[in-house]
Design a protein around this ligand. Structure first.
Ligand code: N01
Length: 552
């Protein structure tokens, strides 16, 4: 079958193109690696589509001031599969900025010669499975079509911006930005009254930066959030070289230790006195990053009393930092620390000591409406020139639902996922043969270092494709039974922790009407071992079909 494909590389000008082996949607970390692995390691023909104008995925879109990896990142928030790539890139700081990560992905795209197979500025509007031909056909916003046996959805776990439907919001006539869709042109806060709604990772990163130049910044907070000091610092070359010298060991440790190369503490809180525990918390706080959460004592995310003690320690730090006691009171979180995404901050709480920053607690005075020039709460009218929505994403499932592929019998993903996000291994969906997700619902996603998690997932997808090819099979599909068991497993792991007791985007609780379901596998290392076992056992939990025709 020959299809009309218009785009970059050899497809330019509308000439006929061969059917592809695989189509990849998205050119972030996951999509770029999928292109490289399937094309260069397996020898498949691959075309990538991305609605953005360049590589980067989330790092292309999230360019708000202060955007950084929300973990002590470098050099581990990066591809691990190629020592040459590792050696060729010097990370300047321990917590990489958005600009650095984007530059890194551009470097990777150049080094691996990826761009020639990526069609940018191309939004996929439809994706349909053809049962007889055993392939997927995608359609672009410009009406072009392309087909492939396999559809790899690297569409991003945090892609679809959540824009709250607040009364009158469309009547506001000032500038409006969403942190997840920040413009490429510079945005000036100089001399402006700026409102930020949202105090998650994005809000906490943007607020200190905006406050530096805004005339006045008013933060509208619905839920006060915990944050730990990032302690970002320059990364000396010698330190980086030491990591590189043991790269393979570090890589192996990351896979077996939940995404981080370093072991976590074996200390038990019950073996220490109250004074010793406080001293330990101080030590971990001084080290910064995630240390307090993962290395003070075992079980902060599973043991209620221990979690409450650590939470109270951090509340104490907020009280110490924020000078105005009334503002400090409003900033005190009342959930289990770590059960919303743990945020690393760079001067967030100190920002409230500036004379040009004030905080509105939406629990005490909810927004009633926007006017053309202000936000009106139940208590006051706040005149503003600019609105910054740091209100997050329809996470994990949102980008797949935006694509809304149609599987067997034309069933749409929106129908299939109307009440539950059913997947097997977080990567396959019954009734959607030959479709694979990277970081889908039920995968470790953000609970593992995402670039490495993407690599491991794509390697497994590659193994699955190779298996089909060598066995002359045309299609593979998860069974509904394996989806049910997988869901039970995911929910069972989460139920053993404090996570389900907090409303968060991990549970879909940030989006009105979204089914409540824990969206991630909390033990990435077990998960990737499991993927290998499934493959070793001939792709247990899947059903396959013989190829309906010859494959090239
Ligand atoms: O989004 P969020 P985010 N009225 O959902 C509030 C990753 N990330 O963009 O808590 C008023 O965490 C909402 O309030 P509440 C990271 O994994 C990575 O900050 O729902 N407020 C919350 O305060 C992160 O977890 C990096 O009550 C409303 C905020 O908006 C994920 O992305 C950087 C509201 C949203 O917080 C998402 O983070 C940044 C409403 N109607 C983010 N609706 C890097 O690694 C929502 N809120 C660089």
């Amino acid at each position: 079958m020959r299809l009309r494909v218009v785009g970059s590389g050899e497809g330019k000008g509308g000439s006929a193109m061969p059917h592809f082996d695989a189509i990849v949607i998205g050119s972030g970390f996951g999509g770029l690696y999928a292109l490289h692995h399937l094309r260069d390691a397996l020898g498949l023909s691959v075309r990538v589509f991305d609605g953005a104008g360049g590589v980067g995925g989330t790092w292309w879109h999230n360019r708000y001031p202060g955007a950084r990896v929300d973990a002590p990142s470098t050099p581990f928030y990066a591809y691990t599969f190629s020592k040459a790539l590792v050696d060729g890139w010097d990370w300047p700081e321990t917590q990489a900025s958005q600009k650095t990560v984007l530059a890194y992905l551009e470097y990777v795209a150049d080094r691996l010669d990826l761009r020639k197979d990526i069609q940018f500025n191309t939004w996929i509007t439809d994706a349909r499975y053809d049962e007889a031909a055993q392939h997927w056909t995608v359609e672009t916003h410009a009406g072009e079509t392309a087909s492939a046996q396999f559809l790899i959805c690297a569409t991003g776990a945090l892609f679809v911006a959540n824009r709250p439907n607040i009364p009158g919001i469309n009547d506001f006539t000032g500038e409006v930005y969403h942190t997840g869709r920040w413009p490429h042109e510079p945005v000036s806060f100089e001399g402006k009254n700026v409102a930020v709604i949202g105090t998650g990772s994005s809000g906490m990163q943007a607020i200190p930066e905006i406050a530096k130049t805004a005339k006045h910044l008013t933060v509208f907070q619905r839920t006060p959030q915990f944050a730990l000091p990032a302690r970002n610092r320059p990364l000396p070359k010698a330190e980086l070289d030491a990591f590189r010298a043991n790269w393979e060991d570090h890589r192996g440790s990351m896979i077996h230790r939940g995404g981080s190369p370093f072991p976590t503490t074996k200390l038990r809180a019950r073996d220490a006195t109250a004074e010793e525990r406080q001293a330990r918390y101080e030590e971990m706080w001084a080290e910064g990053g995630m240390q307090l959460l993962i290395n003070s004592y075992r079980g902060v995310l599973t043991k209620e009393a221990l979690n409450e003690e650590v939470s109270e320690f951090v509340r104490g730090k907020i009280r110490e930092t924020v000078k105005d006691p009334e503002t400090a009171r409003k900033l005190l979180p009342d959930y289990f620390i770590g059960t919303k995404r743990m945020i690393l901050d760079n001067g967030y709480f100190e920002t409230y000591n500036r004379p040009n920053v004030s905080l509105v607690d939406l629990r005490e005075e909810p927004i009633e409406t926007f006017t053309a020039t202000s936000i009106r709460t139940s208590a006051a009218d706040y005149p503003i020139d600019m609105l910054v929505l740091a209100t997050g994403f329809d996470a994990v499932s949102g980008s797949m639902l935006a694509l809304n592929p149609k599987g067997r019998d034309g069933v749409s993903l929106k129908e299939k996922w109307a009440e539950r996000f059913e997947t097997y291994l977080g990567t396959a969906i019954s009734d959607f043969p030959n479709l694979f997700m990277v970081h889908g619902p039920g995968s470790p996603g953000v609970f593992f270092t995402m670039p490495l998690g993407g690599e491991c997932t794509v390697n497994w997808i590659g193994r699955c494709i190779s298996h089909l090819r060598s066995a002359r099979l045309g299609a593979i599909e998860a069974t509904p039974e394996s989806e049910t068991l997988w869901d039970e497993e995911i929910q069972g792991i989460a139920a053993g922790t404090l996570y389900p007791r907090t409303n968060s985007w991990y549970l879909g609780a940030n989006i009105p009407g979204k089914p409540r379901q824990f969206l991630g596998h909390l033990n990435g290392s077990t998960y990737f071992k499991r993927l290998t076992e499934v493959a070793d056992q001939g792709f247990e939990g899947f059903r396959t079909e013989a190829a309906s025709g010859p494959r090239g």
